[in-house]
Design a protein around this ligand. Structure first.
Ligand code: BES
Ligand code: ZN
Length: 631
């Protein structure tokens, strides 16, 4: 393939500027917003094949059919290209896509080549297209059966049991398995889609639905969507199934299967208040509507912040809104993550850590200080536990990761990130901190960002002087492992009563008598902190006194099952098995298989038997995680 050096690439790049670049004006075409890209070395994404400074995709138009029989998606992707003068090729990301043809806007065939597939990390294969002057590409293609982003559910995997279901999960680099584009968080694209699906299924996407679905007369309907704000392509998402909608407020609503919708709508009844609280903190919600879809339980995450359509697991529904920090979290991503986006996944704390802090502020505003402080204290305990486990000099415990660093779960990226911002807030004062964070979102709206930019912005727009810089320890927080000594620890009073009761149990075997009246966070604190080694008698006594196996809160049920299996408590096995057969949320599934696996022959036999039955029902994300444990 020809390679080009492009000094003119500067035309396409912008490192520190805050202005939008206008797309090349095309007569009569609607003006589309084009975001800048970053070109500094720390913004180079090792997970993409794209060379955006040479040629980049600015808009994606999908015209796809959902084939539930073949479990395949196929059709046409039209891409708008912004190329440096003299650019010869554009490089896209693909993973298993079958390309039928590539033409330009006028139907002229363009030559293309699919390079070698890199399995490692799921990078896939580059699709290099000779531009020959083209500014529009038309790619006819089919996604493979087994595309990693997509999960096709049989009717049995849904609540209704009658119709199939489909959903996608793009983060981090899965969307290249169904969309041929530049799949990098630093290359923002506007998009639109026309999706056809068999009746009576409804389709939702992370874009604004346009009008009513069109009946095609062949048993299918076509749905249209538009996202007119440039987003990183991992945020393009789709779901289709027998789903209904419930309005929650003037700009909020929730989709779910009809059987789930009433419970779901009740649980997220606070959403309008959450949006208002978020806006009051850090500025206008810029995406129009905020809707959600509660998916079947195989969804591999708790939630995913797909713009205008947060995707949620049904397992967060507890009946008392106690897990609604999840909604606050996905909503907060509408600023941290979706508005200002980590340019590379090594900086994902910029998405997840900032969001976890923001989430806690929303929880405080809507559910009160006590709940927020308890949730922060649970998170802090997780950081300490992880640091104790891996050592506080382990490189993976820095917020900014070096490429290829070990992922340490959520304690660093999420919770250390949260405590970083909390610490800065405490040291400079809430008023100054909030004004700064709002400014950060505003001045980087619809743009990618790096750790270095975050640091520079704090130095330029928040930190007053040398002395203050010294107390904040910003570079330690971002680039050094461990926990800086200035950390704003949680209030020890947050769990004073609970911790006292846990001590009494550990020392004298007194099962906490007030447990039933405690908040979900308090109950979780108990399960986090009671002695890990328990006999069968002790577990039976705990279960019968506290009703652990009967809890309606899946976070608590998970902690109970984990404790029970770690002690080879046979009576918990059938319930664990039932849970693992229904729920595909990786955060629950992976640790339960892990704890079984760690129990030698006893647990490994159970793990193998259960996984043989449940594996086929898991999303590729969850399967990949468990495959590494159960062999
Ligand atoms: N963006 C994440 C989900 C994600 C992370 C997908 C990494 C792919 C790779 C989402 O916002 C998230 O953090 N979900 C959490 C919510 C929790 C922290 C409240 C989850 O799923 O558990
Ligand atoms: Zn998140």
């Amino acid at each position: 393939m020809r390679r080009l050096v492009a000094p003119l690439a500067l035309l396409l790049a912008s490192t520190a500027c805050t202005t939008m670049e206008a797309a090349a004006p095309v007569a009569a075409a609607p003006e589309r917003m084009v975001s800048p890209i970053l070109t500094s070395p720390d913004a180079v994404d090792s997970a993409t094949y794209a060379q955006p400074q040479v040629a980049r995709v600015t808009h994606v138009a999908l015209d796809l059919d959902l084939d539930f029989d073949a479990k395949r998606v196929g059709g046409v992707a039209e891409l708008d290209v912004l190329a440096a003068p003299g650019a010869e090729d554009i490089v896209l990301d693909t993973r298993g896509l079958e390309i039928a043809s590539v033409t330009d806007g006028a139907g002229r065939e363009l030559t293309y080549e699919i390079g070698e597939t890199v399995e490692e990390g799921g990078k896939g294969a580059p699709l290099t297209i000779a531009l020959d002057g083209a500014t529009k590409l038309r790619i006819a293609y089919r996604a493979p059966a087994g595309a990693e982003a997509l999960q096709w559910l049989s009717p049995e995997q849904t609540k209704g049991g009658v119709h199939p279901f489909l959903f996608s999960q793009g983060q981090a680099i899965l969307n290249r398995s169904w969309i041929p584009t530049q799949d990098s968080p630093g290359i923002r694209q506007t998009w639109e889609a026309r999706i056809t699906a068999p009746k009576p299924l409804d389709v939702v996407m992370s874009g604004v639905r346009q009008g009513e679905p069109e009946d095609l007369g062949n048993g299918r309907r076509a749905f249209r969507f538009v996202m007119d704000k440039p987003v990183p392509p991992y945020l393009i998402a789709l779901a289709a199934g027998d789903i209904d909608f419930a309005e929650l407020g003037p700009r909020t609503g929730v989709w779910a299967e009809p059987e789930t919708l009433p419970r779901a709508a009740k649980e997220v009844g606070d959403t309008e208040q959450l949006v208002s609280a978020a806006e009051k903190l850090y500025g206008a919600y810029r995406w129009g509507r905020y809707d959600m879809i509660v998916l079947p339980p195989s969804f591999p995450y708790g939630g995913m912040e797909n713009p205008v359509m947060t995707f949620l697991t049904p397992t967060f529904i507890a009946g008392d809104r106690s897990n609604n920090g999840l909604v606050a979290h996905e909503l907060a991503h509408s600023w941290s993550g979706n508005l200002v986006t980590n340019a590379v996944w090594e900086d994902s704390w910029l998405n997840e850590g900032v969001t976890s802090y923001f989430e806690n502020r929303i929880v405080e505003a809507v559910y009160g200080k006590k709940r927020a402080e308890q949730e922060a204290a649970l998170a802090f305990a997780g950081i300490e536990e992880t640091l104790a486990e891996v050592g506080d000099d382990a490189p993976g415990t820095a917020l900014h990761h070096e490429p290829g660093a070990n992922e340490l779960g959520s304690a660093i990226t999420y919770d250390k990130g949260h405590f970083f911002l909390r610490t800065v807030e405490r040291l400079v004062g809430r008023e100054r901190f909030d004004a700064w964070l709002r400014q950060w979102f505003d001045s980087h709206a619809f743009q990618p960002a790096t750790s270095e930019m975050f640091y520079e912005d704090m130095m330029a727009n928040l930190v007053r002087d040398e002395a203050e810089a010294k107390t904040l320890m910003l570079r330690d927080w971002i680039f050094a492992p461990g926990l800086p000594r200035n950390v704003a620890k949680p209030d020890p009073a947050a769990f004073a009563e609970v911790d006292g009761a846990v001590d009494a149990y550990a020392e004298a075997g007194v099962i906490p008598p007030a447990y039933a009246g405690w908040t979900a966070a308090e109950q979780m604190r108990v399960l986090d902190n009671i002695p890990k080694e328990r006999s069968a008698e002790q577990l039976a006594a705990l279960d019968s006194a506290l009703g652990l196996s009967e809890t309606g809160n899946n976070e608590i049920l998970f902690l109970w099952l984990e404790l029970a299996l770690a002690n080879r408590y046979e009576p918990a096995v059938p319930q664990a098995e039932e849970f693992l057969a229904e729920v595909g949320r990786a955060k629950f599934v992976r640790p339960l298989f892990k704890v079984l696996w760690d129990q030698g022959d006893w647990g490994q036999a159970h793990a193998k038997r259960i996984y043989a039955k449940t594996r086929a029902g898991y999303h590729a994300v969850t399967r990949a995680g468990v495959d590494r444990i159960v062999n």
